[in-house]
Design a protein around this ligand. Structure first.
Ligand SMILES: Nc1ncnc2c1ncn2[C@@H]1O[C@H](COP(=O)(O)OP(=O)(O)OP(=O)(O)O)[C@@H](O)[C@H]1O
Length: 181
């Protein structure tokens, strides 16, 4: 029986997880595959990074997920987190992708994202589908969702490092192509 490619990319902060996902997405789209799901994008104001937006990859709708001006009990560095943006844009993007995309991407299943029960449920739902999925995973968090994903034997976890980061997207493409094309 052929297995569906379910791939997690992990690595230290700044190792290149987002970069690797974007490169794979570019290559999948170049092969005319429909990619859907949620990505993150830095918000730059006056040349300074002031937060992150969540982007629905299929319709490009955005929500401000992290920003220096947001007051929240959840923080990433000096940015306050708006879990509602994750739910309004990210969760919706994943549900849409689960129905319409050939491949689901989730950047990222991080330390703060896992504070949203709706996000947790949606990630689990997507992982249980018979559909290729590519997600980035926080390396160190011991949150139950991240621990569950690491323990699943249908998810292959690859670590991005400064040494392998240029080659990793090609390796991931090979794993995905095994059953997509
Ligand atoms: N293969 C690469 N070639 C050139 N630049 C890269 C590569 N991979 C990552 N970078 C650069 O390194 C920086 C960090 O990469 P990226 O944001 O992908 O890391 P990350 O692991 O997703 O970080 P975080 O943990 O903060 O989410 C970015 O500026 C990115 O453009």
């Amino acid at each position: 029986m052929e297995t569906i490619a379910k791939i997690g990319i992990t690595g230290l902060p700044g190792a290149g997880k987002t970069y690797a996902v974007r490169k794979v997405v570019e290559m999948l789209e170049a092969e005319d595959l429909v990619v859907g799901g949620m990505m993150t994008e830095p918000i730059i104001e006056d040349g300074k990074k002031t937060g992150f937006a969540i982007v629905d990859w299929m319709n490009k709708q955005q929500g401000i997920f992290a920003h220096a001006d947001i007051n929240s009990k959840y923080m990433i560095g000096k940015f306050g987190i708006d879990l509602k943006a994750l739910e309004d844009v990210g969760v919706k993007a994943l549900m849409k992708a689960s129905e319409e995309a050939d491949v689901i991407v989730i950047d990222e299943v991080g330390r703060v994202e896992v504070e949203s029960p709706a996000f947790i449920d949606t990630v689990k739902y997507c992982l249980d589908l018979e559909k290729p999925i590519l997600l980035t995973l926080h390396k160190k968090s011991r949150n139950p969702l991240l621990q569950d994903i690491r323990r699943r034997d249908d998810v292959r976890i690859l670590e991005v490092t400064p040494i392998n980061r240029n080659l990793l997207p090609y390796k991931i493409m090979k794993l995905m192509k095994g059953e997509l094309l």
